[in-house]
Design a protein around this ligand. Structure first.
Ligand code: 3EB
Length: 321
């Protein structure tokens, strides 16, 4: 008998009609999170290439619900939730509100271990009152984690924060009943230890997280870019940024997998989301990136703004061990 799969993620061009076995679908388009079956998580970013939906399937019975502004779906030990809030007033306050809601919800629901957060909001690099909106977002996120009792060092989930062309803040969460492991990259300063020059409060995320499931370990690698130490490298050079990013992914994935990878091709069946800042760099980035990953890997290419102006590409991964 095949092992029960708690979570399988595929890409399709057509969103399935039936909700059977669908934990969530991540659909490029407007930001939306609703409890219409299955949970539909909008991506306010254009897809570069064939339009694909990311389909999250499970063999386990699914529960779905709404809790305040959080819509959610769970199967076994895993829960997926999303909260969409209007981008009114300061982004720091919206980040603080939405994180408080998410953290309190996952705790009440019995899935207190947050594995992964995706943050999407527009005008990420626009300055307001001397702070970029991304930096303001980081202050609100930090405040929410702090007030929830996080140590903000070694107990933070994997994440990404990407600038969209939509409106509103969308936060998506994956959380577990089981405790998770959190991992860092030996050649990068942990984001939660970035120096003050990157903003008044450091970004609250781990480089990767890992949880055991019925079907093996699930690994989430955070948005990863051309950063060594805490410094962005290869400004203006998309191909060189890909090389640096691939090296970071290889090391972070290896840390979470507990084995050294000679190349990303050894992360069998991994899923990659690639955020490209300027569409004119797409071909350069594809040609450089695709030979570095396995033939069995799956990619979703999106047009999104990266949270440092000089970064042209960011890549995140989901893997199984
Ligand atoms: C970096 O390594 C690039 O603020 O949640 C990557 C992943 C980045 C997550 C976040 C930011 C975030 O600092 C930017």
């Amino acid at each position: 008998m095949e092992a029960v799969q708690q979570l399988e993620i595929d890409y399709t061009t057509v969103v399935p009609e039936s909700a059977d076995g669908l934990l969530a679908v991540v659909v490029p388009g407007t930001i939306e999170a609703s409890v219409t079956s299955p949970l539909r998580i909008g991506l306010a970013m254009p897809v570069l290439g064939d339009a694909h939906a990311e389909v999250w399937r499970t063999d386990l019975p699914i529960e779905r619900g709404v809790d305040g502004a959080v819509v959610w779906s769970s199967a076994g030990d895993l829960l997926v939730g999303a909260i969409a809030v209007a981008d009114a007033g300061p982004i720091a306050a919206r980040a603080d509100d939405s994180y408080r809601s998410v953290i309190s919800f996952v705790r009440r629901a019995g899935f207190p271990n947050i594995l992964r957060l995706w943050n999407q909001f527009p005008r990420i690099l626009v300055q307001n009152d001397g702070l970029e909106r991304y930096q303001a977002f980081c202050t609100g996120r930090y405040a929410a984690f702090e007030s929830a009792g996080y140590s903000l060092e070694g107990d933070l989930p994997a994440a990404s924060a990407v600038g969209t062309s939509g409106d509103g803040l969308l936060v998506t969460v994956v959380a577990s009943r089981r405790s998770a492991g959190y991992f860092e990259n030996p050649r990068q300063v942990s984001a939660f230890h970035y120096p003050r020059q990157y903003g008044p409060k450091s970004p609250s995320f781990a480089r990767a997280s890992r949880v055991e499931t019925e079907g093996g370990a699930l690994i989430f690698v955070s948005g990863t870019a051309s950063i060594v130490g805490h410094v962005s490298l290869h400004c203006g050079d998309a191909a060189a940024q890909v090389d640096e990013t691939v090296e970071n992914l290889r090391l972070v994935y290896g840390a979470a997998a507990g084995r050294e990878l000679r190349s990303l091709r050894e992360a069998a069946g991994a899923l990659y989301r690639i955020y490209v800042k300027r569409e004119e760099d797409l071909e350069t980035i594809r040609e450089r990136f695709l030979p570095r990953i396995g033939d069995d890997a799956t990619c979703l290419w999106l047009r999104g703004d990266i949270c440092r102006a000089e970064l042209l590409v960011e890549v995140e991964m989901i893997g199984r061990e």
